[in-house]
Design a protein around this ligand. Structure first.
Ligand code: IPE
Ligand code: IPE
Ligand code: MG
Length: 263
């Protein structure tokens, strides 16, 4: 007889990505300063991470701070960085105990030295984690990431290390910050905005999108399950026909467009 282990059933998906939006509006509605919304947002992160571990989801990407967010008032930027440092300290033991591996994507050159140091330390310390890879997008913009990858490609080409004739999208993906991370199956955005705001532009090409009016600090386990249930109803075609998909034995578990392999 099988045990009722929580990780026994198949995980609903491999990679979940979330644009955590609405902290400021949540605070405003309550007559609180914006930073109070960010604080509450951290509680939502903790809940969602715990649930992803329980569900056996392999990768969770969280958009925490965009390249455009640098333009916010210094006081808010500083408070967000401080919150990040506190988060790393408060979650350290839990990450280690639960096998959570931290990965950071984004332009680190814009982050302060102390934040960089704390991030690198947390990444190194949790590197052996095999349960959930938590990807924090910090100082991250999809265009910036693609541009940095293009510059790497140009430099490697100039050094004669690349054969442009055979260079394909898989090789380009390997130049992105997300390198070895599978593409997101589902991308959730909270707070009622229906846009991508420069998140995972390349990687989300075939992600299912889910928008909810719930503000991020109110996003909880129930809301997560609602999104996952919605995802279960989707049919992912990757540009192919239903008949092709029905007869295919090799469905693309990582959201990769099978047409890539034909081109
Ligand atoms: C998302 O909440 C968190 C960050 C962008 C850092 P916002 O701060 O954007 O909250 P709203 O959109 O102003 O309500
Ligand atoms: C996107 O939210 C970035 C993060 C959630 C970190 P924003 O609040 O910055 O996005 P816009 O400005 O509404 O597009
Ligand atoms: Mg916002």
């Amino acid at each position: 007889m099988s045990k009722q282990g929580q990780n026994e059933s198949k995980p609903p998906l491999q990679h979940l990505a979330i644009i955590m939006d609405g902290n400021g509006r949540w605070a405003k509605k309550k007559g609180l300063p914006r930073i109070a919304g960010h604080h509450q947002g951290v509680q939502a992160v903790v809940q969602v991470v715990d649930e992803c571990v329980k569900l056996g989801i392999g990768y969770l990407s969280l958009f925490a701070f965009s390249s455009e967010n640098w333009g916010r008032p210094k006081q808010e930027v500083d408070a967000l960085m401080e919150l990040l440092l506190q988060f790393l300290v408060s979650q350290r033991q839990k990450m280690l105990d639960n096998g959570i591996r931290l990965r950071v994507i984004g332009d680190r050159s814009r982050l302060s030295e102390s934040v960089c140091r704390a991030l690198t330390a947390a990444e190194t310390e949790t590197a052996a984690g095999r349960t959930l890879t938590m990807i924090l997008a910090l100082s991250y913009g999809g265009r910036d990431e693609i541009l940095r990858a293009a510059k790497k490609l140009a430099a490697q080409t100039a050094q004669g290390r690349i054969d442009l004739q055979s260079f394909d999208s898989k090789q380009f993906s390997a130049l992105l910050d997300t390198q070895d991370i599978p593409e997101p199956d589902l991308l959730i955005r909270t707070s009622g905005e229906r846009r991508i705001s420069n998140f995972l532009l390349w990687q989300a090409a075939y992600s299912e999108l889910y928008f909810t009016d719930v503000l991020w600090p109110d996003f909880d386990t129930r809301e997560l399950h609602r999104a996952l249930e919605d995802y279960r109803q989707r049919k992912r075609r990757f540009g192919l026909t239903d008949d092709q998909l029905d007869s295919s034995e090799t469905l693309q578990p990582q959201g990769e467009n099978p047409l890539n392999s034909v081109s």
